[in-house]
Design a protein around this ligand. Structure first.
Ligand SMILES: NC(=O)c1ccc[n+]([C@@H]2O[C@H](COP(=O)([O-])OP(=O)(O)OC[C@H]3O[C@@H](n4cnc5c(N)ncnc54)[C@H](O)[C@@H]3O)[C@@H](O)[C@H]2O)c1
Length: 290
């Protein structure tokens, strides 16, 4: 099989990531079926397809004909069986729960054509924990899009030991067809590439603060004005949520036993106080004042 054999794509889960991944595939010429068990989410995804495409036409990014063709290529159904019956490539984007993903992959293995590649968009669950729920582990891999999937260019394609070169090559080529920038991870590693790099930067920024080397404002300034980051670590943590930093750190520690993942004392303190960042009005910075 090669990239030209991929014509039909199924996206499982129409939440934050799934509805945008499905739209992306349809815009780039793939016949796409998107499914979700929640009818409200599915309806929302369908409405999004209409408003998003209309917006692209308004902004001059797509012609009316291109938008109409993309809309005709995307369908929504509550039946996973229906969604995957003709699929050449399946992208799963359901909740980050291992047992749920294993169940879905076992079902996909029964329902999708034998040649279909089964990709998971999981941020943290490596595909070798899922692949053995199927009889086609060489076709099961992580293809990790970033949020929002219609905008962010990077996709991490992770080749665990069970993944064939053909599966990886087709997946990388598909990302390029979708005008993304795929990177190839030759090994499965917790956090993949970018989240690991961010974790290291976050650890270092917190250490510099906690050791009294510089203020958080100056550490943020160093990242913005010296490294060209759109925002520094502390602003970013406030945006994504200090609760998330805490939970992900604890989870990574539980998973790997590596103490470097443990949340630092100042993160634990903010987490216990409920100062999660922008959503609670206070985190590293104070958002209650103008
Ligand atoms: N949100 C992010 O920033 C982000 C970024 C990259 C990767 N991811 C990964 O993408 C995946 C999805 O994340 P999300 O943020 O889109 O979650 P979400 O909660 O927004 O969407 C998940 C969807 O899956 C649906 N679902 C649950 N069980 C299902 C089933 N059996 N069949 C069909 N649909 C089912 C839910 O109804 C829900 O709509 C996760 O694995 C996550 O780790 C998320």
């Amino acid at each position: 099989m090669n990239i030209d054999d991929i014509k039909n794509i199924a996206v499982i889960g129409a939440g934050n990531m799934g509805h945008q991944i499905a739209m992306l595939c349809a815009i780039h010429g793939y016949k796409t079926v998107c499914t979700d068990i929640n009818p409200d989410i599915l309806k929302k995804a369908e409405n999004f397809a209409d408003t998003y495409l209309a917006g692209r036409v308004e902004k001059g990014r797509l012609t009316q004909d291109q938008a109409t063709a993309a809309r005709e290529r995307i369908a929504f159904t509550g039946s996973m069986e229906e969604a995957v019956k003709d699929a050449d490539y399946v992208i799963e984007a359901v909740l980050e729960i291992l047992d749920l993903k294993r169940k879905i992959f076992a079902d996909l293995d029964r329902m999708a054509p034998a040649h279909a590649i089964l990709a998971t968009n999981s941020s943290a669950i490596i595909s070798s924990k899922i692949a053995d729920a199927t009889d086609r582990s060489e076709k099961v891999l992580n293809v990790h899009f970033f949020n929002p999937a219609l905008v962010m260019k990077l996709v991490e394609v992770v080749q665990g030991p069970h993944v064939s070169d053909e599966t990886r090559e087709i997946s990388m080529a598909l990302c390029e067809k979708l005008e993304k920038v795929p990177v190839h991870l030759k090994k499965e590693v917790d956090g993949f590439l970018l989240n690991r790099i961010f974790a290291a930067i976050t650890r270092e920024a917190l250490w510099l603060l906690e050791m009294g080397v510089a203020s958080m404002e100056d550490i943020d300034k160093a990242q913005v004005y010296g490294a060209g980051h759109p925002m520094g670590t502390f602003r970013l943590m406030d945006l994504t949520g200090i609760d998330l930093t805490y939970i992900m750190g604890m989870e990574a520690f539980r998973e790997t036993g590596d103490v470097r993942h443990l949340p630092s004392p100042s993160v634990v303190e903010k987490y216990c106080k409920g100062d999660y960042g922008q959503k609670t009005g206070k985190g590293w910075y104070d958002y209650t004042k103008k």
